[in-house]
Design a protein around this ligand. Sequence first.
Ligand SMILES: C[S@@+](CC[C@H](N)C(=O)[O-])C[C@H]1O[C@@H](n2cnc3c(N)ncnc32)[C@H](O)[C@@H]1O
Length: 244
Amino acid sequence: MNEHSNPILSEGVTVDPDALPTGETKRRQIRSLFDTIAPRYDLVNRIMSFGLDVRWRRRAMRQLNANAGDLIIDLACGTGDFCREISKRGMVPLGFDLSMGMLAAARTDAPLIHADILALPLADRSVDGATCGFALRNLIELPGFFDEVARVVRPGGRIAFLDASPPENRFLRAGHGLYFNRIVPLIGGLLSEGRAYRYLPKSVAYLPEWPQLRDELIAAGFRDVERTVFSGAHLFTATRSDTP
Ligand SMILES: C[S@@+](CC[C@H](N)C(=O)[O-])C[C@H]1O[C@@H](n2cnc3c(N)ncnc32)[C@H](O)[C@@H]1O
């Protein structure tokens, strides 16, 4: 079966790697896409990022600056990378993800919950902090997501979110684009599902620029918003304000 004849996803959902769907169509496509690539997600991820994603998560944990014993939710936890880092530091992890396939492939002892992170099954101000890795572009809306995180994190609680961010330097940006638009789909096609790995680099187009992200976080009720830039990714951290 070749890439073009393959109805690749579960639930009868197909992916047009060149389209950027919105709303419920996007949500269903994303869930099916991750169900499909889940079994080889970790392998492809490590190869694609040269293992840098592991370092970035450790850095995110340091900058989260939470305490042992704190309840930290990992939003869109996938196969549990952040949950393991949270446990290692003596904090209590709780993971949430939309894809049953990703949850089934997870390698963590943390409790994992099948849920849409835009509507968390948690009480207001019930957690001490939140992490999120490489998931923002998959959501059907960001301001609503930041509002939802602000609802469940207690005042003074911390968040650390990692995501893709193309380099600002135009030469590095060109190299980065070439790598993600040509090499990543090749690697994904060899080891997993090519069409999904053609869509994923393109979906970076959903991500707003940093000033907009920062403004949306502040509007949702976060303060001390800070950004650390890596090559091809960025980390942003913030503290939940005391006021609603
Ligand atoms: C690129 S993976 C990242 C997984 C993990 N955070 C990591 O750092 O490796 C994106 C994850 O977001 C999840 N996801 C996408 N939309 C979601 C939503 N609305 N609610 C919960 N999880 C979602 C996907 O199922 C997938 O596991």
